[in-house]
Structures are given as C-alpha cells and as structure tokens.
Design a protein around this ligand. Sequence first.
Ligand code: GLS
Length: 805
Amino acid sequence: MALTKEQFITEFKDMALKLYAAPIEDLSSQQLYQALALLTRSYIAQPWADTKERYDEEETKQVFYFSIEFLPGRLLQSNLLNLGILDEVEAGLEELDLHPQKIFAAEADPGLGNGGLGRLASAFMDAMASVGMAGNGNGIRYQYGLFKQAFVNGYQVELPDDWMRNGFPWETRKENRAVTVKFGGWVELRPSRSGHLRVIYHNTDDVLAVPYDVAMVGYHNGVVNNLRLWSAEAPINAGPHFTLEQRERINQITQILYPDDSDNAGKELRLRQEYFFTSAGIQSIVRHYRRTHNSMAGFADRVAIHINDTHPAMAIPELMRVLMDDEHVGWDEAWRITLKVMSYTNHTLLSEALEVWPIDMFSGLLPRIYQIVQEIDRRFRLAFVPQFGQAMIDRIAPLGNGQVRMAYLATIGSHAVNGVAPLHSELLKKDVLHDLFQIFPERFNNKTNGITPRRWIQIGDRPLAHLLDKKIGTAWRQNPLALRKLHDYIDDTRFLADLNATKAENKRELAKYIDQTVHVKVDPDAIFDVQIKRLHAYKRQLLHLLGILDAYLAIKRGEKRPKRLHIFGAKAAPSYVYAKEIIKVMNAVADMVDSDPEVSPYLQVVFLPNYGVSMAEKIIPAADISEQISTAGKEASGTSNMKLMSAGALTLATLDGANIEIKNAVGDDNIEIFGLTEKEIAGYYQRGDYRSRDFYEKDPRLHAVLDMLVNGKIPGIETEGRDIYNALLMYNDEYFVLADFESYLAANARLDKLYQQPELWAKKALVNIAESGRFSADFTVQRYGREIWHVIPQTPEDDGSDTEA
Ligand code: GLS
C-alpha cells in the first residue's frame, strides 16, 4: 500500500488521541504500541475484506491448516513490512521523536505455541499469504501461553504467561460465526421418515465456540488471509441450572496451552481441546461452503484440510460426522470426500509423542465420534485383513490395545502423509508407519520444512539485510533464491570484511541485550556459539555441556583457545525432571566458569531465560556457530538450523533432520559434521551392543568430564549431577551422548582453528547465506500446494530442491 510519512504522522496522532484522549508525548510505549497496532489494523481491513470476497467470488480452492499451536511472534513490525510501509512508519515515528524499536518491543509475543511445530505453522501462514495462496489457519485462542521461564538459584521456575494482559489488538471477535461443540452424553440413531438416519444427542455438554480472526498479511501483494482461533464459552441460552462449575469447565478448554513438545500428556483436557477446535473448524468450513452450494458433492474441489501433527486428527471422523449426520451423505461418498480433503504431516518419530487415547476416555467424551472411528476401524479391517493378514492389521488399525491411535487414524483417513525432512520421511516409512506404508505407499511423501526470511533477515537482521541490498540488490527480499548471487563475491575481500563487520555489529547488539536482560557482561569478540531450542534429552544440550566442561578442564591445564561464549535458550516442560536437571547444571557451570579468573578469559556460558520468537530475533543474527547436535534419527527436521544458517552461522551438526539438507546445500566444506549416523545407531539398537561405559573407560577426557558431575567440583549442584551421571553410565546413555563426545570435540577444535582465519570463516558464512534461500517457507508451501492440496498459486519459481522420500 502507499502511505507517505506525513500522512502517517497525521493518522497516528489522530488514532492516539481518539484512543487515549492525550497527546502522544504523554503516552507509554504500550499505549503507543496499541495506537500503532490499531492504525495498522485499519490499513489491513480493506484488503482483508477484499481477499475474502475475491476467494468467494472466484470460488478459489482454500486450504485450512489445522494446528493446535501457532507461534506467530510479534506482529506489528511484520505486518508493516508486509504492507510495504515499514520505512515510512519508522521515519514518521522518528520525526515525532519516538523510538520505533521501543514501541515494537512493547508487543507481547502471542503465547499460542511451544516451539518448532507452532512456529512452522505460523511461517506457513505468512508464506501462504505471501505467495498468494488461499490459506487459512484454524487453532485455539489460548488465554495463557506456554509458561514464562525464570531461573531461581539456577533452577527453572514457571510463571504464568498472561500474554493477553493488555489485549490482543490483532484479533477480531466474530460472535456471529460461533458454532456449538458437543461433548459427552449419549447418542441415539433413529431412522427418519425420509430414510435418513437421525442422530439424536442426549445429555450433552454444549460449548459455544467463538472465533477470533487474525489477519495474515501477504508480502507486498495485497493478499490478507485469515487465522481463526477459537475460544470456548458457555452457551448463550445456558439457563438457570447452569452452574459456575460448568462454566468454569468450559472456560478451561481454551485457558492454557499444554507445555509439551514432541511429547504427549494424554490428559482429558487435551482431548477436549483437540476436539473443540477441530469440530468448530470443520463446522464453520462446511457452513460457509453450504451458503453457496446446494450439496456437498463438490466440497473436495473447494476445500483442503491439513492436519498438522496428530492433534487435529479428529478432523477425519468429525468431517464424516457432519457429512453423514448433518448433510445426509452416505458412508462411501462421505469417505471419498474426506480422503480427498484431508492430508497429514507427522512431526516427530519419538514414540512417546505418538498420540493414543484410552478408548474409555475417548468414547465417553465423544460418543458419536467414537462410533464413526469404530466404523472406520471395521471397514479398514474388512478391506485389508485378507491381503495383509490379521496380525499386521491388528498392529495398525485405528483401534487396538484399548486405545484410539491417532497417527494411524490420520494416515488411514488422509490422501497424503508427509514427514518434514527426507531422513524423517524415510524413517516414517521404515519404522513408525511402516505397515501403513505397505498398504498405502502412494500416500507417503516428503516436504522439507521452511522458514520465513522476512522475519529472520528483513526484520531480525537489518544490518545484514542492508549489506545484501547494497551488494546484490533487493530481489532477494521477494525471492530468496536470489541470495545465490552472493557466490559471485566469494573472493571479494572487502565484502567478506563487511560481512564480518556486520556480524560484529550484531554481536555487540546482543551483548547489550544480554547485559540489559540478565545483567551479565559478555565479550562481543568471543565466538558466539548458540543452541536455541526446547530442552529435550534427544536434542543433547547435555553433549554441549560436556564439551564446555572439557574446555574448562583444558583451560585449567593451561591450554589457550579463542574465547567462546556459549549461549543457550531452552524451556523444559514443567514435568520433565531430567531436562530441568540439565538446566540447573548448566547454570551452575555458567557460574563456575564466570567466577574463575583463569578460565573466564577463554570461556563464558549464558543461559538466557524465557527463550521465544522475539528473543530468537536477537540471538540468531549474532550467532557464529549453530549447534544442531541431536542424536541422528531423532530430530524430525529442526528449523532453528535453517534460521541460523541464513544469518551466516556455521552449522555444527549431526547428520539428522534437515541438517542433512543444509549439508547438501552448502557442501561438506561449509558445515561441520560429526557423530554417529542414523544407520550406525540403528545398528547398535539391532545388535543391542551399545555400552556407554566403554567410552567412559577408554577416553580419559570423557572420564574427567563425567567425574566432574559427581566429585563436587561444580559448586551449587546437589543430586542433579549424579542423576545425569547415572543416566549416562548406569542407564546406558539412551541418546548416545558418550559415543559422540570425541567427534564432537574434534569438530569444535576445527571450528576454533577456523576462527583464526576470519576471511575463510566469512567465505563459509557467505555460502551459508547464499544457499539459505531454498529453505524459504514460500517454496515449502508451494510444494504442499502443488502436490498435496492441489491449489495453484501464482509465484516466484520453486527450485524443486525437495527430494521426494
Ligand atoms: C517438531 C520437531 O521436533 C522438529 O524437528 C520440527 O522441525 C518441527 C516442525 O516440523 O516439529 N515436532 C514437534 O512435536 N515439535 C517440533 O518442534
């Protein structure tokens, strides 16, 4: 859109006055933010309405991305960027003697997601709008987000994340679009006079699902898509017998986000949440469709529904329910439509994360849905037992072992099933969904994850963005593949120096931020070595910690090495004791290193509390090293690996998830790979001959490091060191930390050496930035759009870099 600075200033002052009846000089950053957000929203309103109208008029096929989490990050700056008015607005604010960055920082991060899964969903929303695809989100409006993390005496404590405290200016309540979701009770099936089955519900708990819509603004293209978040409320005509307890139970449904990641709490409230937003979404999609269509026959040509991990897998029986019970479509036709509409992405191989529900709980809470799942199960068995045998079908039918098995249900009811990086997609076929792959091989495919360089470079890394503009022009902002032009400058010494200078500037900025937030002074000339992700044993922050302890001991022995600053950001699920112990030890080691004058010139450790999207925007641009060190075969894809590479950080990685794609993109010389491969680890599993103690006994460095956990050398820890020690030695080190220790140290030593050659380092950083464009989520959603959703966006060229698994 077009907006001059002068126009903006007038409109902004006007909005602030209307809102607060005060001149801008008297307003707090929060108030200025609110005023600016509302003004921005007013710019979005028309294109938002127009987009909706256009989709309806042109009968565009629409994608509905169902996800129990979205993690959009702050929206103000990104909306201004995508509208194309960020520069004008910033110039206007400065002219008013205001600080744009201070105002942007007043926005709370929406607490609607845990980590990579939710962030990916939001990247897809941004990407779909930006490539002009009709893509809508469907999720939950959690009142409280994932907890706020603080450290007390080095221990993680969890505080409520009241992220909506000051309101959420981007949402629009649509109470005229509310629908009713039914729980519990019992159902009666009665043939009606017209021959249809009538489904009569008795004694249900009804919940009103009220949608709040959030605009998803496309980049410079006038497209504004919709993210619909559902809030649970008591029914309007609840009546006098409706108790406070009932009201409270309803409110709970959308009160709080489960703090799990790659994990499964298995609680009834979670099941309620899942059915709540899924049913509300399906009902509203069908209702909208039926406003302009007499029957459901063409539904699958207009609608694609994506099941983001298994949490919304109930979309399958729920669509069946609506088609059959409300729309009177017969089973076969309803199943045909459902299969064509639904597609499913799996996001993890960890067995503890494969969602299953006890049949008692499921059937009690969702009696009609359970009947439909039973019928899906019955027909599945009938169709495939003759060919594949009872034993195999028993293993993978939707119902088994007294459980409803959501990943199997999702696979059986979708026409496409994908993993999020080639290795992950292969392992789905080989292990987790092996039997289903035998039956439905054509459904399985890979779609490697992506990120949005708009947020990570254009907003998060402005110094780099400006340098790129100067050197290769601005085309990369539209099409990130244009970053490849950087290869032309691989021998341009001046440019390489500029690249290093940009990194240095970002590191100084991060140093300031660290000082402000945790009051720790860090040396901006150190190597910034970053590991930012949820805390999980398989991600192996512990391996990183053992590496730090080794460095500590080496420095104590008198070794000199370039100074390294280890930066961690990670939340542990509140009930995940082992992960919390690792945090405690990490913080204790940070203190130990800091207070030792012999060591602190060479080594520093900072664990930043409450890691999230906005903090990532500060850390990533300053990173020299990106630690992606999960046990091979465990991390489905990872996405911080892509973000950090796009900031020119060198990846220190195992051959896991999308690290492998990064390696293929930049070549062996521009990434530091170490550790066991997935195949080698599978070999250990098969033979059953992994003995972690052997590594401890034969490697004196490892021996010394592990002993530190239990010999009292780390001040301030209690039983945590012992627990970790035991996990590694007595319980045989489930994640092969000890097996990878030696090669991890060797890779680190190579990086230390390389850092002595700044120009060579810069060359490698350049290649990483240059090749990061292929990981743009714009391309990822285009691949989904072409191969899974069958919607055709008009857009920049895809480079086809996704290898189908
Ligand atoms: C996750 C995986 O653990 C990540 O590897 C992946 O990048 C992400 C998005 O696909 O999904 N699965 C999960 O449950 N949480 C994740 O972050």
